[in-house]
Design a binder for this molecule. Structure first.
Ligand code: 13P
Length: 256
């Protein structure tokens, strides 16, 4: 990671957690990653539980320095959208971040780049930080199209007013999500460097170099350190390993 950027270690709990285990997990994460008084922490910490647990997790992590995020949102502030949740509601419950354009949303709900972009803009408009996810499928990688696919997704999903303060990009190769297959540090860095170049091209040196790019896809205590040592990997968006406080902490320990 380059100077001037801070690591972000983010847990995406996906559709996991009931009251009891979700609160217990949040408390353990808060305890194990609590910011030591007077000590500078080299990374930011974030948990993104399902909607049903946001309010409880907000209470459980209070005062720990761990931040709260959501996994998706609607583009509108309010209105007749049965079953949806607005960015303003998420802000109201204590969220600082919202993930948009996750590949599971793209697959399960046919979300396209333009939708991810509109959501990211709504998140920023509401005063939160958008985590914009992109990543190629196995077929696209095998066909040698992974660079152009990520460039296209980034262009289509990046909010118009993106800055280092309001936007984070997450590179999550679909073939590595929940599969135990991880991009090698070199494979990940190759794509992160392409994303960095695109960001600099469209936003200029300062913002483009300031935006954090997270890696996601079977990141775990074993592979985190090497991935996080790459120059353009500024943290992780962690699924499975974020459901265990010890593993989550061990991944965070890879931030050096
Ligand atoms: P896994 O860490 O379970 O592969 O999930 C990654 C992910 O999709 C995070 O958003």
């Amino acid at each position: 990671m380059a100077k001037g950027r801070r690591f972000l270690i983010a847990g995406n709990w996906k559709m996991n957690g009931l009251k009891k285990d979700g609160c217990a997990l949040a408390k353990s994460v808060a305890k194990s990653l609590k910011k030591a008084k007077g000590k500078k922490q080299p990374f930011d910490r974030l948990v993104c539980p399902p909607y049903t647990l946001l309010s409880r997790v907000a209470d459980a992590i209070k005062g720990s320095g761990v931040k709260l995020g959501a996994q998706d949102c609607h583009v509108a502030e309010k209105g007749a959208h049965t079953g949806d949740i607005s960015p303003h509601m998420l802000k109201d419950v204590g969220c600082k971040f919202v993930i948009v354009g996750h590949s599971e949303r793209r697959t399960d709900h046919r979300e396209v780049d333009a939708k991810a972009k509109a959501k990211a803009e709504a998140v920023i408009e509401a005063g939160m930080i958008a985590i914009v996810c992109i990543g190629e499928t196995l077929a696209q990688r095998e066909a040698g199209r992974f660079i152009s696919v990520n460039q296209r997704q980034l262009k289509g999903s990046l909010p118009a007013a993106a800055t280092a303060k309001n936007t984070v990009v997450a590179y999550e190769p679909v073939w590595a999500i929940g599969t135990g297959l991880t991009a090698s540090p070199e494979q990940a860095q190759e794509v992160h460097a392409v994303i960095r170049a695109e960001l600099v091209k469209s936003l200029g040196e300062e913002e483009g170099n300031g935006i954090r790019i997270l890696y996601g896809g079977s990141m775990n205590p074993k592979n985190a350190k090497e991935l996080l040592a790459q120059p353009d990997i500024d943290g992780g968006l962690i699924g499975g390993a974020a459901l265990n406080a010890d593993d989550f902490r061990a991944v965070a320990a890879g931030c050096k």
